[in-house]
Design a protein around this ligand. Structure first.
Ligand SMILES: Nc1ncnc2c1ncn2[C@@H]1O[C@H](COP(=O)(O)OP(=O)(O)O)[C@@H](O)[C@H]1O
Ligand SMILES: [Mg+2]
Length: 280
């Protein structure tokens, strides 16, 4: 699996990138140096933070930058794919990872497979899966080319046995983007787009307090889709549209309208979103 995400695709989060580089990339790239110096490295890194802050992207990017293979496992998919055979599923993943070393194994949404054991609603399959995960992590040798990364929006839901030394012993918080990060994210998605000179991305970053990285990418996307709608209304046949393609520009008004639109969607409850015809 090719992750296809690089550091430059991720706006801001410099501190998080630096921590991942040190915990994942350096040990994968320079195992001999670490062995020689006797420096211990975390076996597992757990990223947590609100949804849409870039955790999944970061895991992919650090695998790319480490020139490592990447095995990505979504918690919920693991549960459904290996129904009744959860231990075998986990064993299989670790077997593949060892074969593919250097390799990053990424457990996305790990709270769905590793919730606190003994808690109500946690079934026997899930409990066995956690136990198998613990066994596999304990069996991994440091610096043998396999690094485990996990991500969750719900740190409070994670079985504390997973957080003990030798397991997910490095915890990285991925925060909601501050204003400068929001600007950087906008710049990434607005890059090489035809913007009019009145577009002030700094101003858009100011207007989007509380937005996640995913919301920021939705703002840029929505601004562009507003242009498309306008444009195709004006030139309804492909020939006309092609002839006037160079006139299509994204203006400040498109960005401001996009912010309003995303704000409205953010404020809606999940059920209400289903009634929105253009919800994306
Ligand atoms: N820092 C960022 N830079 C660029 N895009 C981002 C950033 N954070 C989030 N995104 C956008 O939001 C989407 C969701 O991000 P994701 O990594 O899945 O978040 P999480 O895993 O934390 O929920 C990404 O696909 C990307 O489009
Ligand atoms: Mg994610």
């Amino acid at each position: 699996e090719s992750p296809d995400v690089e550091w430059i695709d991720i706006g801001g989060l410099d501190e998080v990138k630096r921590e991942l580089q040190e915990a994942v990339e350096w040990p994968l790239r320079y195992p001999d140096l670490y062995t020689k110096l006797g420096h211990s490295v975390p076996k597992g890194i757990l990223m947590h933070g609100p949804s849409g802050t870039g955790k999944t992207m970061l895991a992919k990017a650090v695998a790319t930058e480490s020139e490592a293979n990447f095995i990505s496992v979504k918690g919920p998919e693991l549960l459904s794919k290996w129904i009744g055979e959860s231990e075998r599923g986990i064993r299989e993943i670790f077997r593949r990872a060892r074969q593919a070393a250097p390799c990053v194994v990424f457990f996305d949404e790990i709270d769905s497979i590793a919730p606190i054991r003994g808690m109500e609603g946690v079934n026997a399959g899930t409990e066995r899966m956690v136990s198998q995960l613990l066994t596999e992590m304990d069996g991994i040798q440091e610096l043998n080319g396999v690094v485990i990364i996990a991500a969750t929006n719900r740190l409070d839901m994670i079985d504390s046995a997973l957080l003990r030394p030798g397991r997910f012993d490095k915890i990285v918080f991925v925060p909601k983007p501050d204003i400068s990060t929001r600007l950087k994210i906008l710049e990434i998605y607005a890059k090489e787009k035809p913007l009019t000179s009145d577009v002030n991305l700094q101003r858009i970053a100011e207007l989007t307090d509380g937005f996640s990285g995913a919301d920021m990418s939705a703002v840029a996307n929505t601004a562009i889709s507003l242009v498309l709608h306008e444009y195709l209304q004006k030139y309804s046949n492909p020939e006309d549209a092609a002839k006037h393609a160079s006139e299509a520009h994204v203006t400040m008004k498109h960005f401001e309208d996009a912010v309003k639109k995303i704000k409205t969607q953010r404020d809606m409850k999940p059920g209400e979103k289903l009634t929105l015809s253009q919800y994306r």
